[in-house]
Write a protein that binds this ligand. Sequence first.
Ligand code: MN
Ligand code: MN
Length: 380
Amino acid sequence: MYLAVIGKEDIKNGLNIIGSHVDSPRLDLKPNPLYEEADFAYFKTHYYGGIKKYQWTAIPLAIHGVIVKKNGKKVTVRIGEENSDPIFTITDLLPHLATKQMEKKAKDLVEGESLNLLIGSIPYNNKEISESVKLNILNILNQKYGITEEDFLSSELEIVPAFKAKTMGFDWSMVAGYGQDDKVCAYTSLTALMNVQNPKKTAVCILSDKEEIGSMGNTGMETQMFDLFISKILDKLNVNKPNLINEVFANSKMLSADVNAGFDPNYADAFERNNTDYLGRGISINKYTGTRGKSGGSDANAEYIAEIRKLLDENDISYKIAELGKVDLGGGGTIAYILANKGVDVVDCGVPVLSMHAPYEVTSKYDVYSAYKAYEVFWR
Ligand code: MN
Ligand code: MN
């Protein structure tokens, strides 16, 4: 989704853009997901984004998404979130029998093809026919959603943790919740945009998809759809002309609103203390991203960082300029480079997170509020 509040100033002078992503690491259902084995019914899954697979066993899971029938009718699925809903789970091996399993490397502990979701165990009408447990599930799905097995072929069903987002700590200082990468920045930026009135420059909010798998496709940030959106705005303002969009981008500024790794004392070895971010110290700014020698990263120029420092200091917003962990341990990227390639001045800034990409992520309420304030003053 792209949103804009048209500014008072000539749009040729550029936009103020804040962009986040709304997809999070998860398990997707395969196109042919349903099978029966040993009197259990299961869904086959294919993981989406960077996960530690072993973290997804033995936790409550919910199913969200859509099933689109051939006639175009769309069925929305949301099950596992209400207290009265059933949940689902992926089983793990009991420790009593796990001697061999525990000797494996963590990346092989649970294999991709073992992430099978347990969804049922009762045979249809208690009849002794083949695959009667699967048949019973199909019967339930048909009654509940009006679908047949083939309809999974045109579905997008996502398995996510069924944990509620909760206040965390005796001091109520933190938030634990799934998918805070990057919904914590999507939420704060969207909330800030809703409070923007008569901005000087046109305020643009991007909520992009597919960031966790490389921003590809027509809902990912790599798509030309964003250019079309801006071009349509230029049309509606009756100012469009050849190359104007390039000039608009060249004069635009952007905050790439994405989370950063917060310092975790339990894993202190992964961080370099002078250039790491700590929870509770405000919004986190990454001048650059990337892996190894900053490869694949987006690097904000010093002039733009100076502007952002000035803006945050003048508005008493706490921030820290940091890196994502130690050099050569790994790294990552965001959608920043895509807008930077169009000529936009972009810097990454967002909320520091503990346990990023795990089923339950931790943030500080102070940082969430600081991010909201930063996004609000940037647009104002
Ligand atoms: Mn992210
Ligand atoms: Mn991520």
